[in-house]
Design a protein around this ligand. Structure first.
Ligand SMILES: [Zn+2]
Length: 93
């Protein structure tokens, strides 16, 4: 498994987050900038036509299965906002 360095914040000295808003009601001074070594995850968006009744396009993350419903194109999203997987196809090394 490949690892990558991820810049983020350490909350109260023990919890690593990329986005400070992941921890509710936390104050800025409770964070320090930090770096974590995380597994490098690659995935891709799986197009699921007409999964919903609204007629919108649906995409699923191939890593965590998170579902995103869009009315417009979705290609500009380069990573999964749920699990952080990079959407570069997951092939090639
Ligand atoms: Zn995901």
């Amino acid at each position: 498994m490949r690892l990558k360095y991820q810049n983020g914040f350490i909350f109260e000295g023990h919890t690593f987050v990329v986005d400070k808003s992941d921890i509710r009601n936390a104050k800025d001074e409770q964070f320090v900038e930090g770096v974590a070594l995380l597994p490098e995850v690659h995935g891709r968006w799986i197009y699921v036509p007409k999964e919903t009744d609204e007629g919108c396009d649906t995409w699923r993350c191939s890593v965590c299965g998170a579902r995103f419903v869009t009315e417009f194109g979705f290609e500009e999203q380069s990573f999964c906002t749920e699990c952080g997987a990079e959407m570069d196809g997951g092939e090639g090394e």
